[in-house]
Design a protein around this ligand. Structure first.
Ligand SMILES: [Fe+2]
Length: 328
């Protein structure tokens, strides 16, 4: 994550040794969230209440993943494993990070939508689903935390696109996508057994209308390193076509009820995603943004961290949650 983004979005603190330093009065906080040093106090006088939430993190694929919540480890949505990462026969592009002015759920749904490609992606040749797949419900395959599908598209890539021949010479492409948890999306694009892209999008909500996407692109062809830059540019062109559309959507979030829009069979993955979102909301996991917005003038909120389950005396207010239908 670049320093400029951190400074703009999340404050102006800095790291000193193993501590994060507050830019206002120089208080220092350790990785466990506890304040270790207040410049105007002796270190043994730092109040126990001087602490902030600290979240479990994992570093993988060049990304630091944080779990923002207080669930015990065994109850958390899994971090999706990229099984082919570092495997022979696969090449990873450098990590691509981009931002969009849209809510992350809209961005995930865009990736789960096979019918937009023929209208939004002229740079890909505007691929349309083949007739066998057009009017039937998507054949969704469910997992514990998500769902996925594969369909076939007419391959309309032309030699002007400068992908390898192996990708441009086949008449059809098998492709699809899926989600794992609320903000991990995967796309599979298979020109042949030997020419595939597997694309992983980890989408971090910044707020209700901004999302930061961490994109890992894996491939089994065009393996020479000199192709990396060209493929990043192609991917970013495609992403920009989506972004230009997503930033105009109204409402910014997803509609509250299926009665407020018309869904069709090709929306099967979106429907599945919405069902999972409802389950997670019913578990009591959705932040009550309306209440939080109304109180933000004089209150600061934090998503409770796991330590809140075993200790009290916290200064920051826990984010308000929408009571879940599955809760006692
Ligand atoms: Fe798209």
């Amino acid at each position: 994550m670049s320093a400029s983004i951190g400074a703009r979005r999340w404050g102006k603190g800095w790291v000193k040794g193993n501590a994060v330093v507050c830019p206002y009065h120089g208080w220092q906080f350790g990785g466990d969230g506890k304040c270790t040093h207040i410049p105007t106090l002796d270190d043994d006088k730092v109040p126990a209440r001087a602490k902030v939430d600290s979240y479990p993190v994992q570093e993988k694929y060049g990304i630091v993943f944080a779990f923002l919540g207080d669930l015990p480890e065994e109850e958390r949505p899994p971090l999706h494993e990229i099984e082919e990462y570092d495997q022979e026969g696969w090449r990873t592009n450098r990590l691509v990070v981009f931002e969009l002015n849209a809510f992350y759920e809209r961005s995930i749904e865009n990736g789960l939508d096979p019918s937009h490609n023929e209208f939004v992606h002229p740079a890909q040749g505007s691929p349309g689903m083949q007739p066998d797949f057009r009017k039937k419900p998507l054949d969704m395959h469910d997992s514990a935390w998500g769902s996925e599908f594969l369909v076939r598209f007419d391959n309309k890539l032309t030699d002007t696109r400068a992908l390898a021949d192996v990708a441009q010479s086949v008449p059809e492409v098998t492709a699809g996508s899926g989600f794992v948890g609320p903000n991990q999306m995967i796309t599979w694009i298979r020109f042949s057994e030997n020419a595939m892209f597997h694309q992983y999008f980890f989408e971090a909500p910044i707020d209700e209308s901004h999302t930061q996407v961490f994109f890992v692109n894996m491939r089994t062809f065009m393996l020479e390193p000199e192709n990396d830059g060209r493929l990043v540019n192609i991917n970013l062109t495609i992403a920009q076509e989506d972004i230009d559309l997503l930033e105009t959507l109204d409402p910014v979030g997803t509609p509250n009820s299926p009665t407020e829009e018309v869904l069709v069979p090709s929306d099967g993955a979106v429907i599945s995603y919405r069902k999972h979102l409802k389950t997670w909301k019913d578990n009591g996991w959705r932040v009550d943004m309306e209440t939080m917005r109304a109180k933000r003038q004089n209150m600061t909120f934090a998503i409770p961290c796991p330590a809140r389950r075993t200790s009290g005396n916290w200064v920051l207010n826990p984010v308000p949650l929408i009571p879940g239908a599955n809760q006692d």
